[in-house]
Design a protein around this ligand. Structure first.
Ligand SMILES: Nc1nc2c(c(=O)[nH]1)N(C=O)[C@@H](CNc1ccc(C(=O)N[C@@H](CCC(=O)O)C(=O)O)cc1)CN2
Ligand SMILES: Nc1nc2c(ncn2[C@@H]2O[C@H](COP(=O)(O)OP(=O)(O)OP(=O)(O)O)[C@@H](O)[C@H]2O)c(=O)[nH]1
Ligand SMILES: [Mg+2]
Length: 464
């Protein structure tokens, strides 16, 4: 696990750029660089002060490869906690490859994906949840996802877990006092005090678990299903929201037969819009398969946009409305959109009819084709997502691995509470507390295996 070899990799995006950065880490990396670096004063990098930058040439014996800047870091004061070097060269792909090859023939080896961050973790520079947040930060493409990853990388989640850990250790110490005197069959620890601490822990873990439904959608995009009868303008609406001709639009019923998905960033939040096959009775087998998918997308969505055609009479409304509602998840918001209002004079009348037939959902008149009221719809979508937790700085769990561990930890702490209630012997209660600690330790990486680490870091970029 504690591999000390010198690793190297290109840290900047692949391809040509103004400047590229090649990084090295591990004991001996400074000596390796000295084999291919010549400074104007012939000073060796092993002799320079840490955290300084040096101009010079990269050479292969007599051959000049590039003029570069080199930064030098000494263990433990570097990103990885090891001796480290960064070479900033001209961003030609040829130069990057030549320097990398020279470093490898001088004794470094190519880094595996995420290996720099993995070393930072193994050297205690950050815990595992912070290392995972580094990858989330790099992948973040909206203000909300950025804010969430940054807070986790800076240790917001780690602090919360540390608090939980201390509380659990506190209960254990109270219980242990009792175990020491177990012969005497007395309850030293005040069970009601233990219970209230355990309840506090359960509340915190439950809050963290609950935050995952927000964290997960912020990270992956909020799924919004666009559904309704054929020809009501679903694909036109998708195109209007994405501001591009993503889906085929035509006046033929049943144009869209499969789901079409795309993401867009609206007011700092990523939305994943899902255009679906129009719902209708048909004998076409392929179309029916598409309609089945529509229903499963309704089940997975956080928001469902149910479109109706304002130019048609409202008899069409109830059967589809009932069907859509049958597939709606408990936390899914339904918004009814009255489309094609540009093509009718009786939009107001239809609006009031729909209002009386529906059960209090927001109903918005729009015209997807002309863009009428689309900005209103966007505001409505954004307001559906309650970002208070994000802005108040509350910790939000966004990682499925963390969520799973927290769910196990919650089961364990709930067993502690029922154990205390039923006056279970302290030994057994202790065991559940240890299990709770175990699961929390999995998140921070205090408890981990090579396999778990391998799975986490293999998804990182090379050079990170
Ligand atoms: N050129 C460059 N830019 C970069 C990084 C890098 O490694 N190199 N980073 C990499 O992801 C990020 C910045 N994160 C970093 C975190 C810690 C240290 C570091 O040297 N820490 C030392 C010293 C801290 C100090 O002087 O107070 C330490 O923790 O001991 C460097 C970069 C983003 N930008
Ligand atoms: N006047 C007007 N026409 C619209 C509006 N929205 C869509 N249409 C037209 O309605 C027809 C159907 O539009 P689509 O977007 O293909 O409808 P759809 O709901 O995706 O239909 P299917 O994929 O068949 O289920 C096209 O001719 C559109 O140009 C609108 O707001 N006003
Ligand atoms: Mg369509």
């Amino acid at each position: 696990m504690n591999d000390q070899t010198v690793i190297c990799a290109i840290a900047t995006a692949p391809g040509m750029g103004a400047i590229a950065v090649i990084r090295l880490s591990g004991k001996g990396c400074i000596e390796i660089c000295d084999r291919i670096f010549v400074s104007p004063s012939y000073k060796k990098l092993v002799d320079v002060l840490p955290n300084t930058i040096h101009f010079g040439k990269i050479v292969n014996k007599e051959e000049l490869i590039d003029e570069v800047l080199i930064s030098v870091f000494h263990a433990p004061h570097s990103f990885t906690g090891e001796d480290s070097i960064e070479i900033s060269c001209h961003g030609s792909v040829y130069i990057q490859q030549r320097i990398l090859q020279l470093l490898i023939s001088s004794g470094a080896r190519l880094a595996a994906p995420g290996e720099f961050t993995q070393r930072a973790f193994l050297n205690g520079k950050m815990d595992l949840s912070q290392a995972e947040a580094v990858a989330d930060l790099i992948a973040s493409s909206s203000a909300a996802a950025h804010k969430m990853a940054l807070s986790q990388m800076r240790g917001g989640f780690s602090d919360e877990l540390m608090k939980l850990r201390m509380e659990l250790l506190h209960i254990t110490s109270l219980l242990e006092l009792e175990l020491d005197f177990s012969e005497e069959d007395v309850e030293f620890a005040d069970r009601s005090e233990l219970r209230s601490i355990a309840i506090g822990i359960d509340t915190l873990i439950s809050r963290l678990c609950a935050s995952f439904s927000l964290g997960n959608v912020i990270k992956n995009g909020i799924p919004v299903a666009i559904v309704g009868n054929t020809n009501v303008g679903k694909s036109t609406l998708l195109n209007a929201l994405l501001k591009e001709d993503r889906a085929i639009v035509s006046d033929i019923e049943g144009t869209t037969r499969d789901v079409i998905e795309d993401t867009i960033n609206l007011q700092g939040i990523t939305f994943r819009f899902i255009d679906t096959a129009g719902i209708r009775h048909t004998d076409d087998r392929v179309e029916n398969m598409g309609i089945e998918r529509t229903f499963s997308k309704i089940e997975q969505a956080r928001i469902v946009l149910f479109l109706i055609d304002a130019t048609k009479n409202t008899e069409q409304f109830l059967p589809y409305y009932t069907q859509v509602k049958e597939h709606l998840g408990p936390d899914t918001r339904l918004v009814i959109l009255l489309n094609k209002t540009d093509q009718t004079d009786s939009a107001d009348m239809i609006l009031s009819q729909i209002t009386s037939l529906s059960s209090g959902e927001k109903i918005l008149p729009i015209a997807a084709k002309t863009g009428y009221n689309i900005h209103h719809l966007v505001d409505e979508l954004v307001s559906t997502i309650n970002l208070n937790a994000l802005h108040s700085g509350d910790v939000i769990v966004s990682n499925a691995r963390h969520y799973e561990a927290l769910s196990h930890a919650r089961l364990a702490i709930e067993r502690v509470i029922t154990g205390l209630d039923s006056h279970l012997s302290g030994e057994f209660v202790s065991q559940d507390i240890r299990e709770c600690l175990h699961y929390l330790g999995e998140i921070t990486g205090q408890i981990t295996t090579d396999e778990v680490l391998g799975n986490i870091f293999k998804n990182f970029c090379i050079g990170k």
